[in-house]
Design a protein around this ligand. Structure first.
Ligand SMILES: [Zn+2]
Length: 307
């Protein structure tokens, strides 16, 4: 590893107010990079233009600033980059690695196969070797899948430690462009992080199983692999994963009753970074942050601490 300063990123989806799980992942991404004098890039992941809006993007920036989580550069939103993604898609096409897939969602889910923690089913290769005549016979636009060779992917996660995945057996050929022409997360995130020179990706542990797909695409596109840190999910005290549905814990509500320092102190304490849930600023927290202190398993949050 080079001694140069790390480049991290925030990559929120502007589809609503940040909830505490988003805040926690953003906080750790910020602390990891800022505690070592690195830089942060902000990017709006708005591939799903039906659910996202510029108004939510504006509020997200404002919420991050309120928390004291600043960034150095905002790169263009994903919704504006389909011409860029086209170039990388063509690259995969030129490598002979793409093929059209006509499977319907219900066909894919009816295969009683194991699936990864992010909900991805192992693709059985149904459309891998269709003849041109067979492809023609479907009479509709296909999704496009990238061929996955037999390969083991290994990474040393900053939080979860060693992680290994047999990409062919555990995932199989995966979709890079949907039938409606929209590029999927795997391709967009690989291109965006690669082009922005991101060296460290910190996000929720539910995305750990997708990292090998991105590492495979990074290799094909000629990008370096970033370091990964997959942080635990926040759970309510009754054992549910906190989500957007917990409206009283989104920033719109929290900002009405708590200071940023109060929210950060409660999160930092629950995550093992501080002995007591005392109010603290992001800057102060950066002076005591270390990955060693951070809890590795689910973090249970007593929401009464945020009333
Ligand atoms: Zn198929």
């Amino acid at each position: 590893m080079s001694g140069s300063a790390p480049v991290g990123r925030f990559a929120p989806t502007p589809s609503g107010r940040m909830h505490l799980g988003n805040v926690f992942a953003a906080l750790i991404a910020w602390l990891s990079v800022r505690s070592r004098g690195g830089h942060l890039v902000l990017r709006m992941e708005d591939l799903d233009t039906q659910r996202t809006s510029e108004e939510y993007a504006r509020i997200l920036r404002e919420d991050l600033m309120w928390l004291g989580l600043d960034w150095d550069l905002e790169t263009p939103p994903q919704s504006s980059r389909s011409a860029v993604y086209d170039r990388y898609f063509e690259k995969l096409m030129d490598l002979g690695l793409l093929y059209p897939c006509y499977c319907t969602r219900s066909q894919l889910h009816s295969v009683n196969a194991p699936h990864l923690s992010d909900g991805t089913y192992v693709y059985p290769g149904t459309c891998r070797d269709l003849t041109p005549a067979q492809r023609e016979s479907f009479g509709r636009a296909p999704a496009w899948r990238v061929r996955v060779p037999a390969s083991q992917w290994q990474l040393t996660d900053l939080c979860q430690g060693e992680y290994t995945q047999d990409l062919e057996a555990e995932c199989g050929d995966f979709v890079v462009r949907r039938a409606d022409g929209i590029y999927v997360y795997q391709l967009a995130v690989t291109v965006d992080d690669g082009e922005a020179g991101v060296t460290e990706v910190v996000r929720g542990t539910d995305l750990l199983s997708s990292a090998p797909r991105q590492m495979y695409l990074q290799q094909l596109f000629g990008f370096s692999h970033p370091t990964y840190g997959h942080v635990p999910l926040l759970m309510s005290s009754d054992g549910r994963r906190l989500s957007k549905r917990d409206r009283d814990l989104d920033l719109g509500q929290l900002r009405l009753r708590c200071s940023a320092e109060h929210v950060l102190g409660v999160l930092a304490h629950a995550a093992g970074l501080m002995d007591k849930p005392e109010p603290i600023s992001a800057k102060e927290l950066a002076t005591v942050f270390s990955w060693e202190k951070l809890r590795k398993d689910s973090i249970y949050l007593d929401s009464s601490a945020l009333t």
